[in-house]
Ligand binder design. Structure first.
Ligand code: HEM
Length: 191
């Protein structure tokens, strides 16, 4: 069953990011835009803990990594909760800015939300039993797709001097987590 507190951690982190955005923004558009950015920024490490949990456990077996591995479902659900807050904040941001978005620009992120929902809804022992090998396929493809959307979102901010610091933070964390997964995979092949 594992411990459920990471779910609360994700939700509270998302709400805190919104609070910070609302407390520091100059007007509604700026407040919700900050809330959207900061919910994504705080959601990223929570997502990456889920993404790298089993690899961290394989590379560095120990109490902390074992409990992260065992509870990774709840960390994943914590990320889903945090990113649901991102969805709310970005809808408010787009509304306050009066920005029109084309369907094409909404597609990659929209699909990522469909993936997050599918992963969250199948994060149970019953779903694992029912989907069997397809469960692993769904979760493996889904988690890599979310990683890709995060990486691309931050990589796109690298070219702009104003957004470069957060882009380095995001791309750096994403690549570090990928490196951990590759190292664990190579260790598994050698064993
Ligand atoms: C259709 C769905 C989505 C829309 C319309 C959307 C929209 C937004 C908006 C409006 C911002 C704030 C931009 C700004 O004011 O600078 C933002 C930031 C961001 N979003 Fe989303 N988003 C979506 C889905 C996602 C998903 C699924 C992910 C990740 C898996 C994601 C990751 C990010 C990141 C990394 C940032 C930048 C955070 C930072 O500055 O540190 N977004 N998004």
């Amino acid at each position: 069953m594992g411990k459920r507190w990471p779910l609360a951690v994700g939700f509270v982190a998302g709400l805190s990011a919104v609070w910070l955005g609302l407390a520091t923004g100059h007007d509604a558009a700026d407040q919700w835009s900050r809330a959207a950015r900061w919910t994504a920024r705080i959601g990223l490490p929570i997502f990456l803990l889920t993404y790298a949990a089993s690899s961290l456990g394989r590379l560095w077996p120990g109490g902390l990594t074992r409990s992260l591995w065992q509870d990774r479902r709840w960390w994943g659900l914590g990320f889903a909760a945090c990113h649901t807050v991102h969805l709310y904040a970005l809808v408010r941001a787009l509304d306050a800015k009066g920005e029109e978005r084309t369907l094409a620009s909404l597609l990659p992120g929209g699909l990522a939300y469909a993936v997050i929902l599918a992963l969250a809804l199948t994060s149970s022992d019953a779903a694992m039993r029912k989907l069997r090998r397809n469960w692993k396929r769904l979760h493996s493809a889904g988690i890599h797709y979310i990683w890709l959307i995060f990486t691309l979102a931050y990589a796109g901010r690298l070219m702009n001097a104003d957004t470069r610091p957060e882009a380095i933070y995001g791309v750096g964390l994403c690549l570090a987590a990928l490196a951990v997964r590759i190292a664990a995979w190579r260790k598994g092949k050698r064993a």
